[in-house]
Design a protein. Structure first.
Length: 363
């Protein structure tokens, strides 16, 4: 097995980032929200500019994008439509300061967004009307009341975290009482609730998705032509509480042209809602051979695969989102004596385009 230093360093960086998880409390979650709100107030008075991203001029989604990135290091989608698809839509009674509020100001589509500040007030960038630019408005004003669509969360909910902590304390108290009672030989059944589970899905900083793709390239080591290599299925989960969201995926690739089945394990980083990079080991079942020839080669376990993935904005279909996905992936193969393959043979066997669809769990 050949270890390539550059590929090894990429994987190590991914592992370091994936380990950077932090434990949230209601206080820390609220502090993040307050920090975002306080920072956004610095933009009050900034003129409206479509596509703007600075204090020289900014639009409504630009205000969300810039302040989230600069104040709390959160990378959010750039447009109102993408923000609405990305956010966890919540009942209006559950909205908290630091949530997003959405409006229909153009036809019947969601076209405007602001940051909720509490007490029915929100900060936003307005393009027309008596006051334009970045201002603070009230949800009780007739125009905004009639245009209001609902609220969405992009940050962890302090109320949910507090509720979860209270449930854990209650469960511990029940367990302590049951253990301290000599006459009670039974334990109280753990209470489960569908609504609590739904609340967990809505507020937990995790996202899960599954993908299916057709794998192809347009060459072998000997000639150029459209070459369908097989297909892939993948399941993936990631932590969304960091700016660069780390995750882990398990994939199954079927490649009849090389006569193998491969199981890559991906460590992933998602710097935005539309891009993902990954690397990890690959386990190969069967004896691989170069496409278009009978020459046997060996699959490398580690380093195994590196790649990058793009996806379109999600189309909401009830509890899930559907998007088109395109990967560019490179898997490492070696000679049977573990020496490196010639460039054309390595490139034609390892380089793949993976085109398909991704289903994202979107409570």
């Amino acid at each position: 097995m050949i270890f390539h230093k550059r590929e090894l360093s990429v994987v190590l960086l991914l592992l370091i980032a994936a380990a950077a998880f932090s434990q949230e409390t209601p206080q820390t979650a609220m502090e993040v929200r307050e920090k975002w709100i306080i920072y956004s107030k610095q933009f009050i008075g900034t003129p409206y500019k479509y596509g703007g991203l600075s204090k020289e001029g900014i639009d409504c989604s630009g205000l969300i994008y810039v302040t989230a990135t600069e104040a709390i290091g959160l990378q959010l989608p750039r447009t109102v439509t993408a923000l609405y698809s990305f956010a966890r839509i919540i009942p209006d009674s559950k909205k908290e300061p630091g949530d997003l509020v959405f409006f229909k100001t153009v036809d019947a589509r969601v076209s405007h967004v602001g940051i909720y500040m509490g007490k029915n007030q929100f900060i936003h960038a307005v393009s027309d009307g008596p006051n334009t630019g970045v201002i603070v408005s009230s949800l009780l004003e007739n125009y905004w009341k009639n245009a209001y669509v609902g609220a969405g969360q992009v940050l962890s909910s302090p109320a949910y975290i507090a509720e979860k902590e209270a449930e854990e304390q209650k469960a511990k108290a029940i367990e302590a009482r049951s253990q301290g009672s000599a006459s009670d030989t039974t334990t109280a059944p753990k209470k489960t609730s569908g609504s609590s589970f739904q609340s967990f899905l809505a507020s937990a900083p995790f996202q899960f998705d599954a993908s299916a793709s057709m794998n192809w390239n347009f060459f072998t080591s000997e000639e150029f032509y459209w070459n369908i290599r097989g297909g892939s299925l993948q399941i993936h989960g990631m932590y969304t509480g960091l700016k660069i969201r780390p995750g882990f995926a398990v994939e199954v690739r079927i490649d009849p042209k090389m006569g193998i089945v491969q199981i890559p394990l991906h460590i992933t980083l998602s710097p935005s809602d539309y891009m993902r990079v990954y690397a990890g080991p690959v386990f190969t079942i069967g004896q691989p051979h170069l496409t278009g020839t009978a020459k046997p080669v060996d699959g490398s376990i580690f380093p195994g695969v590196i790649g990058i993935s793009w996806q379109t904005p999600r189309l909401k279909l009830g509890p899930v989102g559907l998007c088109f996905v395109q990967d560019i992936s490179y898997t490492i193969f070696n000679e049977q004596d573990n020496s490196a393959l010639p460039f054309l043979e390595a490139f034609s066997s390892g380089f793949l385009f993976m085109t398909g669809f991704r289903v994202v769990l979107n409570p």
